[in-house]
Design a protein around this ligand. Structure first.
Ligand code: ZN
Length: 292
């Protein structure tokens, strides 16, 4: 009996070591030149700034009580984001709140590092909390690649309609599931010396999986979640729209590096409507194909 107990303890120790070693191996499934290329940071509107890479959009909202950072790009984007924040004249160490539009490695890669060096509070849609904690390993689709970003422990779980407050800023989180279980958008008002603008940072509901929705046992609500999100996103009222990827809101058509401050470049309801109806069409076609 003691021998057996000893054997089990040894086995448990060996297992836990191999799990730990495995847990530290981070595998970003793919990257693109657009994702990793640098981009000059700029003031979008009022106290909202673009601090991401060429395509991986990261947003900084500055306040008198510290700053909010939304999304981080890949693990290797960390130094670019820090450089962008400092180049705009802000202190990286003033980062107080961290948010993400979705728990995928191309928006979460540098989150753990940034959280550790700034001590900022990570707030996440509650439905993405598990994927955040597992470093992507429990994602219904990308989980097949194992751990794709350094795990992050959330400090606050957000629910649809919750408000994130800092230094007079109020951001409303909108639950837009499907792409991930806890994908979300942020809606808030910013002012400059001319007027105020309602800004939407949208997580566009693109489809990640090639499998039939009905075959995704790790996310049985996926088809219904997408349908909910399309409906919810069609009814949002805003002045400016931005998204998780620069390509999704056509940043590089709307603005060239070095352009003067021009928030009006991002007034684009027709572009938003067209992008959404294109994705809705893809979803409808998939649902039809799934049924065949
Ligand atoms: Zn994604």
């Amino acid at each position: 009996m003691f021998k057996k107990l000893f054997h089990n303890i040894v086995l448990a120790v060996v297992l836990s070591i191999s799990v730990t070693v495995h847990a530290q191996k981070i595998n970003e499934p793919r990257t693109t030149a657009e994702w990793t290329a640098t981009y000059q940071p700029f003031r979008i509107v009022g106290n909202l700034y673009y601090v991401g890479t060429y395509d991986l959009a990261c947003y900084l909202i500055t306040t008198t009580k510290g700053n909010i950072l939304i999304n981080t790009g890949l693990a290797a984007s960390e130094s670019q984001i820090i450089g962008n924040i400092e180049n705009l004249g802000f202190k990286f160490s003033d980062t107080k709140i961290l948010l993400t539009t979705q728990a995928h490695y191309d928006h979460m890669g540098a989150m753990a590092g940034i959280k550790q060096s700034t001590g900022a509070q990570m707030m996440v849609d509650e439905k993405d909390a598990e994927v955040l904690t597992s470093g992507g390993n429990s994602d219904y689709e990308l989980g097949q690649y194992g751990i794709s970003f350094k795990p992050v422990k959330p400090d606050r779980l957000l629910h649809d309609g919750d408000t994130i407050r800092l230094g007079g800023m109020q951001l409303v989180m909108l639950h837009h599931p499907g792409h991930t279980k806890g994908s979300c958008s942020f809606l808030f008002t910013v002012k400059d010396d001319q007027r105020s603008y309602k800004v939407l940072i949208a997580n566009m509901p693109t489809i990640v999986t090639d499998k039939k929705f009905t075959e995704i046992t790790a996310y049985p609500e996926i088809a219904g979640d997408y349908a909910y999100t399309f409906k919810a996103m069609k009814n949002i009222k805003f002045d400016l729209w931005l998204a998780s990827h620069a390509s999704q809101f056509k940043l590089h058509d709307k603005r060239k590096p070095g352009d003067a401050y021009n928030p009006a470049a991002f007034i684009d309801q027709p572009g938003y409507d067209a992008a959404l109806s294109d994705l809705q069409k893809k979803y409808d076609e998939k649902v039809k194909k799934d049924a065949q």
